[in-house]
Design a binder for this molecule. Structure first.
Ligand SMILES: Cc1cc2nc3c(=O)[nH]c(=O)nc-3n(C[C@H](O)[C@H](O)[C@H](O)COP(=O)(O)OP(=O)(O)OC[C@H]3O[C@@H](n4cnc5c(N)ncnc54)[C@H](O)[C@@H]3O)c2cc1C
Length: 464
């Protein structure tokens, strides 16, 4: 057993864990941050796509739902999703926040109450739109197709600084960690400030159990040398993400029946349009435009202009041997658009008797209709811009993993209360993606940041 008793132990050094760590260290608290993944930086991110998948994600790159039709991408690295994600930041709109207020009965879910927290979160980052002159061929197809069909689009807002497009920088590789330190991931924004104020970080340490006594919380796990270790803290923050937090509480025999329920993923599906001319979606800025169409929002889907590195694209393409190869040869002629569904059918995370994960997640009829509407809009865009063939990807991807410890005032149908404490536990908190009560249909990161800032204020007040 480690001799020290920390003021706060945080499990998971992703977006929420890093921000809470920074806030608590700045106010003089002793904080231990433990993370299952490795601690990379711009000099040693895995160079090959396949190595990056296996070294930056759980499950060797991808995990699957029980039906094996949704590929779940769950980051496992110091910085969590901020290292591998696209850093697109959006505030929630009234539609999302009103539905949260309705579901949780928490009154501060409103733009008026949350805007100051969004502002505080944004003050730690640089956010840019991609300059028009640097938009790539994929973005041009997106814009033209939206115009041709009377759909509304808008530039994306992205947490980045100095991507050097004018020097020919191609940003597709930042999905494996940004080698320019341009993407505003936690390792270059908040974590250095936390370290300057005394943060202790242990990476490659997976927490496998939690025990709470009246005034202390113990976390158990194995370090990278496979040695069992126990750490003690006065307070514990669960910041292991939707799946990580649910798994940990279930395997620690926490009794709330709502743990693992209300799991959402914004299921995403990529479609490729193949053109006679070269599009070069892999060149320059990876993503610069999004749908901004009120009709899409009402119909619960959004479209984004995206692409993927070669292994990812190859997994979307049909056929084997020469048929598959023929598609891959046309990769520079492909444009790509993704539909993301604001899913309403909740999934469930559970564990078996050996503690292994089981992720049940399906699209019901409503979600399938939403999805079909989005796909139909993508086909309209590709057809109106002269695609000679449209290839709908092979499977859905879940990368906005939300819920499992959903917030609410009622302990009978929620896990975390309005003060970010687990119902019935005075020393355990969560404010990450696991507390989402439903799918907002909007990029989640900025709201995770805002909630984490707000939670840190509660925790400080409780410790001091
Ligand atoms: C490819 C990709 C692109 C994305 N693009 C965007 C985007 O553009 N905009 C947006 O808003 N969102 C995006 N997201 C989603 C966003 O990154 C996540 O919603 C966000 O990172 C969740 O933050 P979090 O703090 O809840 O968890 P995470 O950032 O996932 O951090 C959780 C951390 O906890 C660690 N952990 C888990 N279990 C344990 C354990 N038992 N012990 C120790 N550590 C543990 C994990 O290894 C992980 O590092 C994207 C995600 C992916 C994968």
């Amino acid at each position: 057993m480690h001799h020290r008793i920390y003021d706060v132990i945080i499990v998971g050094a992703g977006i929420s864990g890093s921000i809470i760590a920074k806030e608590l260290c700045e106010s003089g608290l002793s904080v231990l941050l433990v993370e299952a993944g490795k601690n990379f930086n711009r000099t040693n991110y895995p160079k090959k796509e396949i190595d990056a998948n296996s070294q930056l994600y759980w499950g060797g790159g991808i995990e699957l739902n029980t039906n094996a039709d949704i590929g779940i991408l769950r980051p496992k690295v110091v910085g969590g999703g901020s290292v591998v994600n696209q850093a697109l930041l959006d505030r929630f709109d009234d539609l999302a926040l009103d539905s949260w207020k309705d579901k949780t009965k928490i009154n501060w879910f409103s733009r008026k109450e949350l805007d100051p927290w969004y502002d505080k979160a944004l003050s730690e980052l640089n956010v840019e739109e991609i300059p028009k002159e640097h938009r790539n061929g994929n973005a041009s197809i997106f814009i033209k197709g939206f115009e041709a069909n009377g759909f509304k689009s808008a530039p994306l807002k992205r947490a980045q600084k100095d991507c050097a497009y004018d020097k020919g920088s191609d940003c597709i590789e930042c999905l494996s960690g940004c080698i320019r330190d341009s993407k505003q991931s936690m390792g270059i924004t908040v974590l250095p400030k936390a370290f300057a104020n005394g943060l202790e970080l242990i990476s490659e340490f997976e927490v496998t159990g939690i025990k709470e006594t009246s005034d202390l919380v113990r976390v158990f796990g194995k370090d990278k040398d496979e040695d069992n270790r126990i750490f003690r803290g006065k307070k514990l923050v669960l910041a292991a993400g939707a799946i990580g937090n649910s798994k940990l509480l279930l395997n620690s025999n926490f009794s709330n029946n709502s743990i693992g329920k209300n799991f959402f993923t914004h299921p995403q599906f990529m479609s490729l349009g193949i053109y006679d001319e070269e599009i070069h979606a892999e060149k320059g800025p990876f993503q610069s435009m999004k749908s901004d169409d009120p009709n899409f929002r009402i119909k619960s889907f959004k479209l984004e202009n995206v692409f993927g590195p070669p292994v990812a694209i190859s997994m979307l393409l049909p056929g084997i041997a020469s048929r598959h190869l023929n598609y891959m040869k046309q990769i520079t002629h492909m444009a790509c658009i993704e539909v993301a569904v604001r899913d309403q059918n909740p999934g469930q995370i559970s564990t078996d008797s050996k503690g292994r994960l089981k992720i049940e997640k399906t699209l019901d009829e409503r979600d399938q209709t939403t999805f079909d509407n989005g796909l139909s809009a993508i086909h309209d865009i590709f057809n109106s811009t002269g695609a000679k063939e449209i290839v709908d990807g092979n499977f859905k991807i879940g990368l906005h993993l939300m819920g499992g410890l959903s917030m609410g005032v009622n302990p009978a149908n929620s896990v975390v209360n309005e003060n970010f404490k687990l119902h019935g536990h005075k020393n355990i908190y969560a404010a990450d993606s696991s507390v989402f009560p439903n799918a907002p249909g909007i990029n989640p990161s900025l709201t995770i940041m805002a909630l984490s800032k707000k939670a840190a204020q509660e925790i400080k007040g409780d410790v001091q």
